[in-house]
Design a protein around this ligand. Structure first.
Ligand code: GAL
Length: 810
């Protein structure tokens, strides 16, 4: 082909494809141009269109994360019944001590350049915290109570054909409405979709893969449409973008097309090989193209069978999962894909293969990443049904909203191959009583109606009650929260033939903090409001990781576990619910900044079967403890190892069955502290020395050290680099007890976004460019702007050598 022809061809393709998108369907994200005002009264702003003095914000936005932390916010005088409390006491920090309570307005203007009488306009919210009431051009178009759900309105009849339209959203958060930090505001995306009247309905596509063999998969695509005399053409492309199948169909059942399409030699989706296909469906009237959507999907099979357990693509496997709340630490709940990706990258390295979105709908971004990066997903819906846990919780809406909330959850997310299970509830008080049994069945039936391909669980803590009432027996998957002592009984009595650890462990620890003497302890408190990283402390209802490992390893009918939690989260500062200052959790395997605690390596040593783990704790800077007993633990997938303190052997330890801890940890309980070096040498099964690790007593903090998770950002105004900041001594040894105040500045095409040190008792505001180190570390978040270029983060601290790190964005 000569150059002239080639250029023309490209031009034609460009014209045709831009034409398609300009006419058929235009999706606009409303990110910029928002005005925000936090007020007290809905009426105050409803008719006042002068928003010139309102704050300019971008969406996603969390109005409460900027603080300040305040003990009085959402102070609750309550007995937390789920925790077994009988007497009401003052609880502070339960929802993060951040100002999420109150009412607020968001306003924006949007235009619809391609709008005419043949078009339909959809306004989509991927979540709004909470109780959003939505107005277009001054008229109310609808409302949605549950802050965690996705919802949309058809606003065709409210928009003006030409010129600007105004959008106003009123939000309201009541106190006593949550058990953790819920965030506040338009914290997920807002989109406007303009399409033809003849088009594919919102969430109208449902793709399943009911038959899979090595040489053939049946891909069933049901597509709900609006309009008359329609014809559908669907093309399936593989991960490389090569078309592998196509199907045309003009038979419509009611308003639904059903296409069964053969994909030859299918690549199956799994955590190890998260292979994704796309299906592009086009709707025609005659020869005129009316709509086009592309849906990503995976080909995979799931099965849950008595005595066999869970299998993916025919292979039995267990969930090595974590529960996650939706906040992203220092940036709060404002959804950010880079922050989510970093969490999943950390979890992947730990060997984690599954996520539970406790206790509500996951963000669509998180599901997309789980599809791409390979995580199985337990998508949860509610923390309350009709009976309350907190005074102003979801029970207020349950009767009227539960069905439509489930419908939206399922319809918006069902094409994600990562989702392998739904959950209709977590520890709902309705586990007690006959009404609760009916509700469990009602909700499960709604899930089944909307998605016949996935089972439903409930995280049950009232196991005895659910054994007696039939509640547990009717569930597709009986999920036990904690209650390791009841697994056997539940397996014996429930009919399903397997048990899921829907929530496990709830061990507490503070990164880099170790307490002596080293003993197992329940609900232990210390004067500094920290918990010990020897990983031996838990709550009255919970247990240590090793207790779960025993069940996972010894009981083939246990199908896996979801640890509470993968990361610390804002709020629920157990065991210091009654202590101030303490405003975030201690349950995380990694801290609020995403920095791994020691427990990370305990899970990694079991779950990551590709890489070796050899991790020593505690740190070795114990001035004042000379000669005192300072036990050393090693988390490793080697069976045995020898410990040396300043070259002197402390003997060989071998994993054994004396206690659950002995089975999964190597522990030298009698080591006396002396400054210097501790070294561990690991042996293979033949007794060969195969790996070693050592840590040193650090001298005075000397210089700041910076390590970025990524140095190349996207110049999109929202990408983030997470820079771990630590201090080291003159020889480069990390200083594990350093607490210096550091200052941050960002120059070039980036901005300082936030910092976090993982200290649950810190009241420093995340968005201010200064923070103290906690256990020698913190993390700084640098955000790209929409302009590409060089970025530099500089970190200074009194008496410390300054550090700079170059980043860039494209
Ligand atoms: C569970 C509950 C979680 C969290 C956890 C703390 O009972 O489902 O939301 O509160 O306890 O251990």
């Amino acid at each position: 082909m000569n150059i002239m022809k080639y250029t023309l061809l490209i031009l034609t393709i460009l014209l045709v494809s831009s034409g398609i998108h300009a006419q058929e369907r235009v999706v606009t994200e409303l990110t910029n141009g928002w005005k925000f005002s936090k007020g007290t009264n809905e009426k105050a702003f409803e008719n006042d269109f002068n928003d010139s003095k309102w704050q300019n914000v971008t969406v996603p936005h969390d109005w409460a994360i900027y603080g300040p932390f305040d003990k009085e916010i959402d102070k609750q005088i309550a007995a937390i019944e789920q925790n077994g409390e009988k007497v009401a006491t003052e609880k502070t920090g339960r929802t993060g001590a951040l100002p999420y309570i109150g009412e607020a307005w968001y306003r924006n203007q949007f235009s619809l350049p391609n709008f005419d009488k043949n078009k339909k306009v959809i306004l989509l919210f991927e979540g709004a915290m909470s109780e959003p009431k939505v107005f277009v051009n001054g008229q109310k178009v609808g409302e949605w109570n549950y802050g965690y759900n996705y919802f949309y309105f058809d606003i065709t009849d409210y928009v003006a054909a030409n010129g600007k339209n105004s959008l106003a959203v009123h939000l309201s958060n009541l106190g006593l409405s949550s058990r953790w930090y819920p965030g506040a505001g338009l914290y997920r995306k807002v989109k406007i979709i303009v399409k033809n009247k003849e088009s594919i309905d919102q969430w109208g596509t449902f793709i399943t893969t009911p038959f899979i063999s090595p040489d053939l998969a049946k891909v069933t695509i049901k597509t709900k449409v609006s309009g008359e005399n329609l014809r559908i053409i669907t093309k399936i492309k593989d991960a490389k973008g090569i078309e592998v199948a196509t199907n045309e169909n003009s038979t419509i059942f009611g308003n639904e097309f059903e296409q069964n399409i053969a994909v030859k030699n299918p690549h199956l989706w799994s955590p190890e090989n998260p292979y994704l296909y796309t299906a592009t469906s086009q709707i025609y009237v005659g020869d005129v193209l009316k709509d086009e959507t592309t849906t990503r999907f995976g080909i995979r099979s799931i099965k849950y069978e008595a005595n066999k357990g869970f299998s993916l693509n025919g292979e039995v496997r267990k969930f090595k999962g974590v529960c996650l709340h939706h906040d992203l630490g220092p940036i709060g709940t404002a959804i950010n894909k880079a922050a989510l990706r970093r969490q999943l990258t950390i979890l992947k390295d730990m060997g984690c293969n599954a996520i539970r979105s406790s206790h509500n709908m996951p963000s669509l971004e998180q599901l997309e990443l789980c599809d791409e990066m390979g995580f199985m997903f337990l998508a949860e819906s509610f923390d309350e049904w009709a009976k309350p846990k907190v005074k102003n919780g979801y029970h207020r809406f349950f009767d009227t909203d539960a069905e439509k909330d489930i419908v939206n959850l399922v319809q918006a997310t069902r094409n994600h191959p990562s989702i392998v299970m739904w959950s209709s509830g977590n520890e709902v008080p309705d586990q007690h009583g006959a009404e609760g049994v009916k509700r469990a069945k009602w909700l499960q039936d709604i899930f089944h109606r909307e998605d016949p391909t996935r089972p439903v669980t409930v995280g049950m803590d009232q196991v005895k009650a659910t054994l007696a009432s039939g509640f547990g027996a009717l569930l597709d998957i009986p999920g036990l929260n904690y209650r390791v002592h009841l697994y056997e009984e539940a397996f014996g009595k429930f009919p399903q033939g397997f048990i899921l650890g829907s929530e496990t462990a709830s061990t507490v620890s503070s990164r880099g903090i170790y307490k002596f003497p080293v003993v197992k302890a329940q609900s232990k408190q210390y004067d500094d409001f920290q918990t010990s990283s020897y990983d031996l402390e838990y709550c009255s209802w919970s247990n240590l990781p090793d207790d779960d490992f025993v069940l996972q390893d010894d009981k083939p009918w246990v199908i896996g576990e979801f640890v509470w939690t993968g990361f610390d989260y804002l709020g629920e500062p157990t065991p210091y619910d009654e202590k101030w200052p303490s405003r975030s959790s201690y349950f995380g395997i990694s801290d609020l900044a995403g920095l791994p605690k020691d427990r990370f390596y305990l899970y990694r040593s079991r779950w990551n079967t590709n890489d070796k783990t050899l991790h020593i704790l505690p740190h070795w800077n114990w001035e004042g403890r000379e000669g005192q007993t300072t036990p050393v633990f090693v988390y490793t997938n080697y069976e045995s190892a020898e410990l040396f303190v300043n070259g002197k052997s402390m003997g060989i330890q071998r994993k054994n069955n004396a206690t659950p801890q002995n089975r999964y940890r190597l522990m030298w309980m009698d080591v006396k502290y002396e400054p210097g070096t501790i070294k561990v040498v690991a042996f293979d099964t033949q007794g060969n020395r195969v790996a070693e690790e050592e840590i040193h007593t650090a001298e005075k903090p000397y210089q700041i050290k910076l390590e970025a998770d990524r140095t190349n950002l996207e110049a999109n105004g929202e990408d983030l680099a997470f820079v771990t900041v630590s201090v080291v001594d003159k020889k480069g040894n990390p200083c594990p007890t350093a607490t210096q105040q550091l200052n941050f500045s960002v120059t070039g095409k980036g901005t300082y976004r936030a910092a976090c040190n993982g200290d649950a008792t810190s009241l420093e505001q995340f968005h201010l460019p200064t923070m103290k180190l906690f256990s020698g570390k913190l993390v700084v978040l640098v955000q790209s702007t929409s302009e590409a270029g060089e970025i530099e983060l500089k970190v200074t601290g009194i008496g410390l050598k300054t550090a700079k790190i170059p980043l860039k964005s494209n």
